[in-house]
Design a protein around this ligand. Structure first.
Ligand code: ZN
Length: 144
């Protein structure tokens, strides 16, 4: 069963309106919690914070209709390919996260390299050279 994108958007918009109880055109934390609960999972405070951190892309403390739509589509694993402000902000955020991660990885790599190779060369003790002992020459019969 595949519903088309416009139908889906319409449904998401409807549920947004349902949960926007004060008709502010935004969902605050409580409204979002109810909306999520209706969709099958009531988030706890930590999850709610995570959702806001991820989707309140203009950081105004509320979820706008476009942010909400992207959030729902994302949870349905529908890839976003539009060029709206949400996607743009999301992309920028992702890039920033990636750069932070890359920097962190680099730091980790540096510290790992340092500890793996101590600066002062710990010279390996020389292994006693067992080959130095000259094998006793076979006693050649002396013909004199
Ligand atoms: Zn978008």
């Amino acid at each position: 069963m595949q519903s088309t994108r416009p139908q889906l958007s319409e449904r998401i918009r409807q549920s947004f309106d349902n949960f926007d109880t004060d008709k502010s055109e935004t969902l605050d934390r409580n409204e979002l919690r109810e909306a999520m609960a209706e969709m099958g999972h009531r988030p706890d405070d930590a999850e709610l914070e995570t959702l806001f951190a991820e989707w309140d892309l203009d950081n105004n403390g509320t979820i706008e209709p476009d942010e909400f739509e992207h959030m729902v589509l994302d949870s349905l694993e529908i890839v976003q390919k539009c060029k709206c402000r949400v996607c743009a902000a999301k992309k920028a955020k992702l890039l920033e996260d990636e750069m932070k991660e890359a920097a962190a990885m680099e730091q980790l790599e540096i510290s790992r390299t340092k500890s793996a190779h101590p600066a002062t060369g710990g010279q390996k003790p020389k292994v006693a050279n067992l080959n130095q002992r000259t094998p006793s020459a076979p006693t050649a019969p002396s013909k004199k």
